[in-house]
Design a protein around this ligand. Structure first.
Ligand SMILES: [Fe+2]
Ligand SMILES: [Fe+2]
Length: 498
């Protein structure tokens, strides 16, 4: 058949577009290759000259020019090392004669340092990148490895660079663990964050710096785990009896806040900052007598005043941290604002023109959700996660930022993990993950607690609410109602941790 002129034109245009895209991709790869060569060049010069030497500065300028090209499309550049290969922003770089030395020297160094990823964000400047590469070299000479490398980068105050220790670093090998599943990594990150929260909240004064470093590392690990396996991390946050309330509440608020932050596409460094602020949001509560915090019944005027003071006390506690960096400044804002609603109701009282910080608005949502769904001595009703989401949605635009509520509801699902449901078929089950068969937000995977004959079951029976009747095309299962774990006498822990 003869090709019509319009079709020919379309084909030519498509071809041109394809060629253009391929050319762009090729150009990106070339830039990435240049980047690797330039990083190695700066490091080589730093081994001979001081950082302020003209040759080092010149090489640093060239490196910055290349980074700027990559930052046009992305807020951060990610260099990953995996099995003798280098990937820049997900693209594997070929090793050939022109870049062989640079390629191998970078791989050898990251291998010795036991790191698998370098991240450089667009806020970086020439001095910082030079100092960063110098530090990597110094740590290499001192045989520092893995997590300690990541620690030093944070403690030395690098704001626009980060490293991720390799999954098979010494510590894991010592434990006889070669590779962890994403679920195991999620669990580790979660409990590490819990431990750090406890430590940081207890040792607020002289040991503050050490605890803060640990907290930062744990938050980054939690953010990474969440990126990798959101469902597993959110499932851990649905279990409410990890430890004393303030610690597990702080970690849960951190996890939920990070889930919102990730949905917003915040860069890793900002996620770290958000996570820290969320972890410390209630730090002021450590100065309130526990008798008041856990009082059953109505609080008198003075007790209520003391509770409200925890926002200001939080700022004071954070001020006492020996190092006041940007993380801490942001944490202070969140500690102060996290009980103020979008319409500026709540506490403390603030002037009518106050604009709430983004992190405070995020933590406000995460905090409300966790408080509503957790059993406390003074609270009569524990809301199911589903009811709590519905409450947040009903108050979107009034108490809560509507865009952030939407992001949170998207992360949690309409029936979040831990929600107990009764199905039209008679079974009662707890939501353990999302449906594997349907992308609908109200379809989940449940683990059966009580079978259709009313018998409690200890066996692992799952029902996917996304299952469709092949004859009618309709969903087989419908949700009759949501139930509370409290009324059923069920502990989600028994079903959510495997
Ligand atoms: Fe609070
Ligand atoms: Fe709180």
């Amino acid at each position: 058949m003869k090709t019509q002129p319009t079709e020919m034109l379309e084909q030519t245009l498509n071809r041109d577009q394809e060629t253009e895209e391929r050319a762009e991709h090729y150009a990106d790869l070339q830039t990435a290759r240049t980047l690797v060569t330039q990083i190695a060049a700066v490091q080589r010069l730093l081994r001979i000259y001081r950082p302020n030497n003209a040759a080092v500065s010149q090489a640093g300028d060239s490196l910055m020019e290349t980074l700027q090209v990559l930052f046009r499309d992305m807020a951060a550049v990610e260099i990953r090392y995996w099995r003798d290969c280098i990937f820049v922003n997900g693209d594997r770089l070929r090793c050939d004669v022109s870049n062989f030395t640079a390629y191998k020297s970078l791989l050898a160094q990251t291998g010795r340092l036991e790191i698998e990823k370098l991240e450089i964000d667009s806020g970086i400047g020439r001095e910082e990148i030079i100092d960063f590469l110098k530090l990597l070299d110094a740590l290499d000479s001192d045989h520092i490895k893995g997590e300690d490398v990541a620690d030093r980068i944070v403690s030395e105050g690098f704001k626009h660079t980060a490293v991720v220790p390799s999954a098979q670093s010494k510590n894991l090998e010592d434990l006889g663990i070669k590779a962890l599943t994403s679920q195991e990594r999620a669990k580790r990150a979660f409990y590490a964050a819990l431990g750090s929260a406890k430590e940081a909240l207890i040792t607020q004064t002289s040991q503050g710096v050490v605890s803060l470093r640990k907290a930062k590392r744990a938050v980054h690990a939690a953010a990474d785990a969440l990126l990798e396996d959101e469902v597993s991390v959110l499932a851990l946050a649905a279990i409410k009896d990890h430890d004393e309330y303030t610690f597990s509440h702080s970690v849960n608020v951190c996890i939920f806040s990070l889930a919102i932050g990730q949905r917003l596409g915040l860069h890793r460094n900002w996620l770290g900052r958000l996570g820290i602020a969320a972890l410390f949001h209630d730090i002021g509560k450590t100065s309130i007598p526990t008798g008041v915090l856990n009082k059953i019944g109505v609080l008198d005027v003075d007790e209520w005043k003391a509770i409200r003071q925890h926002t200001l006390m939080g700022v004071k506690s954070l001020c006492k941290m020996p190092k006041t960096d940007e993380h801490m400044m942001h944490s202070m804002i969140v500690a102060f604002q996290h009980h103020i609603n979008l319409d500026l109701s709540g506490y403390p009282d603030v002037p009518a023109e106050t604009s709430l910080d983004l992190f405070s608005r995020i933590v406000r949502i995460a905090d409300t959700f966790d408080a509503m769904t957790t059993e406390r001595p003074y609270r009569n009703k524990v809301y199911s996660p589903h009811e709590a989401i519905r409450y947040l949605v009903s108050q979107a635009g009034i108490k809560f930022d509507p865009v952030l509520v939407k992001a949170f509801a998207a992360a949690m699902g309409i029936y979040p993990i831990g929600t107990v449901l009764r199905l039209n078929s008679g079974e009662i089950g707890i939501v353990v993950r999302r449906s594997e068969l349907s992308g609908d937000a109200d379809r989940a995977m449940i683990r059966v607690i009580v079978d259709r004959d009313g018998n409690q079951t200890a066996q692992e029976v799952f029902i996917d609410l996304g299952e469709v009747d092949p004859d009618t095309g309709d969903f087989i299962y419908q949700i009759d109602e949501t139930l509370s774990c409290q009324d059923l006498g069920v502990n989600p822990r028994d079903y959510l941790i495997s």
